[in-house]
Design a protein around this ligand. Structure first.
Ligand SMILES: *Cc1c(COP(=O)(O)O)cnc(C)c1O
Length: 359
């Protein structure tokens, strides 16, 4: 086995030995009762987590599969892609690559998506779908999901498609209460599972929209997910080992209690924030819009980020991220999501202090 370098990059994150162990079940057939029982067992836990009465679907893909799938299933006329970072900007590109008419509501990287601005654009009547990213992982910005989702009441015919890949399970997101049309996430962020599984739910209205669109493809066809889900199955052979891991993580989350889980993420994130302030760094995201799952630190001290990460890796066997795309070197990101504890984040902070002093 290769040396264990602990991951404090914002995905993939650390996977616990207990999760790996839970995944080491003998393989089963995906059309047999064993799998159907597994699927049925996790549905109530997933519905509780998503805050929905709808089915929660398991897609054997990374989150991008469902992000692309949402465009293919739900955009008939034109989609408004809210762009404020690398993942949301890419979604605009993906919409166009799917052959859809798409327009950006472009915000400077580091700024949040604001409901008033979304409202102005939807008021044109041009759009029948909108995408936005709850927690922009590239910039550490948490956008006001409740305010944006509240627009659904004003624009009931617009599909509200939400990526909460790196926000989900770190702050409360209740699908039915928010009235969203799609909520999607992935396994390798706060779920603290290996990559390869995306999870999503979709509204009745989304299923109706999909039924009227005829080039949905197959692999990400929402109606395939629904009809297979009714039989406790997936459209194609799923990543069964990961689903065993998911069952374990769901049990852990519910045993901890969701409110405790959200409080833990806020507390650990606060510990990282304290380190940032104590060392004279600034936050890339403005106050009030900062992620609870990661911290995007502005490199206002102009440290050598690559050397800093090198020291963390060689002396402490852990890595953080050196900045996404055009923010490389200008920012660095520290994740606190998943199974982290006060002790593990304290150890990261001690490592950050030690490495900073050695620069
Ligand atoms: C990680 C991430 C994605 C992409 O996930 P993949 O699993 O690489 O497809 C999309 N959106 C956000 C906000 C992310 O953090």
């Amino acid at each position: 086995m290769s040396k264990h370098i602990k991951l404090y990059i914002p995905g993939p994150v650390e996977v616990s030995p207990a999760t790996y162990e839970a995944m080491c079940q003998p393989m089963i057939g995906h059309r047999g009762k064993g799998f159907q029982d597994l699927y049925a067992e996790i549905q109530p836990m997933l519905r509780q987590l998503f805050g929905t009465r709808q089915q929660v679907f398991l897609s054997t893909s990374s989150a991008w599969g469902v992000m692309e799938g949402s465009i293919r299933n739900l955009v008939k006329k034109k989609v408004l892609n809210c762009c404020n970072g690398a993942f949301s900007d890419k979604w605009l590109d993906v919409s166009r690559r799917c052959g859809k008419e798409a327009e950006a509501y472009q915000v400077e990287w580091g700024r949040p998506i604001l409901a008033d601005e979304v409202d102005k654009r939807l008021a044109t009547g041009e759009f029948d779908a909108v995408t936005f990213i709850h927690n922009e992982t590239s910039t550490g910005v948490l956008s006001p999901i409740a305010e944006i989702a509240a627009l659904k009441r004003k624009y009931p015919d617009v599909m509200f498609i939400t990526d909460s890949v790196s926000g989900f399970t770190t702050v409360p997101v209740s699908f039915d209460e928010l009235g969203l049309d799609v909520l999607l996430t992935g396994s390798q962020k706060a779920f603290a599972l290996p990559p390869g599984l995306a999870l999503f739910t979709a509204s009745e209205a989304a299923m109706e929209r999909a039924a009227g669109i005829h080039d949905r493809g197959y692999y990400f066809d929402f109606l395939e997910f629904r009809s297979n889900g009714e039989k406790n199955m997936t459209p194609s052979t799923p990543c069964i080992s990961l689903i065993y891991g998911l069952r374990h993580q769901l049990q852990q989350m519910l045993a901890e209690g969701l409110d405790n889980r959200y409080a833990r993420h806020a507390r650990l994130n606060g510990m990282v924030h304290d380190w940032v302030r104590r060392n004279g760094f600034e936050f890339f995201a403005p106050e009030g819009y900062r992620s609870k799952s990661l911290t995007c630190v502005a490199n206002n001290r102009n440290i050598d980020v690559a050397a800093f990460i090198g020291l963390l890796k060689s002396n402490h066997s852990l890595i953080i991220d050196g900045g996404y795309g055009k923010l490389k070197g200008r920012t660095f990101r520290i994740s606190n999501m998943g199974d982290e504890t006060d002790a593990s984040i304290s150890a990261v902070i001690a490592a950050l202090d030690d490495s900073l002093a050695k620069l």
